[in-house]
Design a protein around this ligand. Structure first.
Ligand SMILES: *Cc1c(COP(=O)(O)O)cnc(C)c1O
Length: 345
């Protein structure tokens, strides 16, 4: 096979990734700080992210599925599978490279019958997503299980909602009522609610990768992902001419335009049309016209020296680009396509 460098690539700032984890670890107070690396490390590459964070001192990792856990198995880390165990998952679950987060009475029964060992348990405290109820616990549903972590998940931690305190109170009421070694409630946004939400272990995902779930965390979190793409063609578009599909941008004066290797297939969606911004050194280059499947056009009037085959940095500052496009920061991160080269952070 010939090594063919991609025409778009992700620059991953590994130092920023580690700094974000250290910040979240500090904000977690006495609680340990883990890392959610599901969805391939939110799109950045789970193996690279987990390796880097483990070196920094992170000890607890969370994925959604057993396939994701298996991909991390060679690293020998402590991994929890948030979606628990379906019947189809049992061979993997009994292989011992991760432990399930049991979410339902059926999953608990399955785990007991198989003589499964250490597990985690999810209890629902008001989100009504995954988890057994506090009543199930009171009725003895998890008695006798070897439980590492009892966890719950906050519905509204990115807002100042009364739900937060309600869920925290319901969860705290379970302290000492189970055999769990540890309790864990907070995701990234939950860490921002204060140490009262940290319990024994926190589970940030988004903020590790540069997402800012609450405005009050903006100063503390660094950008980690910098998509870059290459110029294919530079052209002059005369006043009155249009650019791109459906001619949504029309030149009001003669305009220098660059066509760049990036589009829907890379996760650069339609919402960036006539809105996105790209940088060449200090020059700010607006996206003009509609994003194509694999291409965008830029007004490069501010970069007279920009040549074909030069590399540009796409503005992918998550909170601001989320506001700009109406896409969530999670959607932005996890949409970055497979054509990007993904270096180890
Ligand atoms: C995804 C997930 C997290 C991480 O959430 P972020 O908002 O990305 O910090 C934590 N806990 C559970 C149960 C999750 O599903």
């Amino acid at each position: 096979m010939i090594d063919i460098p991609a025409p778009c690539r992700l620059r991953l700032d590994g130092a920023a990734l580690v700094a974000n984890w250290q910040t979240l670890n500090r904000m977690s107070g006495r609680a340990a700080c883990g890392a959610a690396v599901k969805a391939d490390g939110y799109g950045l590459g789970a193996t690279g992210v987990a390796t880097r964070l483990a070196t920094a001192g992170c000890r607890d990792f969370f994925v959604a599925t057993w396939a994701e856990a298996q991909a991390l198995a060679p690293l020998g880390l402590s991994v929890s599978v948030l979606h628990g165990v379906r019947a189809e998952d049992m061979p993997a679950a009994l292989a011992g490279f991760a432990r399930p987060v049991l979410n339902t009475p059926a999953q608990i029964a399955r785990w007991r019958e198989a003589g499964g060992g250490m597990c985690d348990v999810m209890v629902d405290t008001g989100m009504n997503r995954l988890g057994i109820s506090a009543d199930d616990i009171a009725a003895g549903l998890i008695d006798g299980l070897a439980i590492d972590t009892l966890m719950s998940h906050l519905a509204c931690a990115d807002e100042d909602s009364p739900m937060n305190e309600m869920q925290r109170t319901r969860f705290a009421a379970l302290t000492g009522r189970t055999a769990a070694r540890r309790m864990s409630l907070a995701n990234s946004a939950g860490i921002g609610l204060g140490e009262g939400y940290a319990f024994d272990l926190t589970r940030p995902g988004l903020a590790l990768y540069g997402g800012v779930p609450r405005d009050d965390m903006a100063g503390a979190i660094r950008q980690v992902v910098f998509p870059e793409a290459q110029v294919l063609q530079r052209r002059m578009v005369r006043a009155g001419e249009s650019v791109g599909y459906n001619a949504t941008w029309v030149a009001t004066e003669d305009t220098e335009v660059a066509i760049v290797n990036l589009g829907y297939a890379d996760g650069y969606f339609r919402a960036f049309s006539n809105q996105g911004v790209v940088y060449f050194d200090d020059a700010i280059l607006p996206v003009i016209g509609r994003v194509s499947m694999d291409l965008i056009a830029l007004d490069v009037g501010a970069a007279p020296n920009l040549a074909e085959e030069e590399w540009l940095v796409i503005d992918y500052h998550l909170p601001s680009q989320s506001r700009l496009t109406g896409m969530s920061q999670y959607e932005l991160l996890t949409s970055l396509g497979t054509r990007f080269g993904r270096p180890v952070p």
